[in-house]
Ligand binder design. Sequence first.
Ligand code: ZN
Length: 151
Amino acid sequence: MSELRDLYQELIVDHSKRPRNFGRLPDFNYCAEGYNPLCGDKLKLFLKIDEEGVIREVSFEGSGCAISTASASLMTQSLKGQTREKADALFETFHALITGPRDPAKAGKGLGKLAVFSGVSEFPARVKCATLAWHTLRSALHDKNKVTSTE
Ligand code: ZN
């Protein structure tokens, strides 16, 4: 179990130091900003979604703690090529993993690498760090006021 934990830690450290999909997309049609006042994490999310509702490109920029940066980085990786519906489903599963009552049999099912954040549920103060990118995703996809069109 501790080996698994080390592996998880490594992945989080790696993504916080070298975040993937970092920077503003040149061409995006959805965007939202998120802020976690408890920790000071800030991020802006950019999405390019095609007519079929498939997320073609996704990136983020901002600054925050290791957990928030790694979570945003891993989230962008898992969103590419997914439909909006799948993105919503991932939000629910991820949110349940981090905040819900632990159900080891189900926890993290279908989340792939995102399951590395399961340990965060033991640290309530860091939950908002891990979920910031996801809440920002949700507002980009659902809050009409936040939708920015480049066309
Ligand atoms: Zn944080």
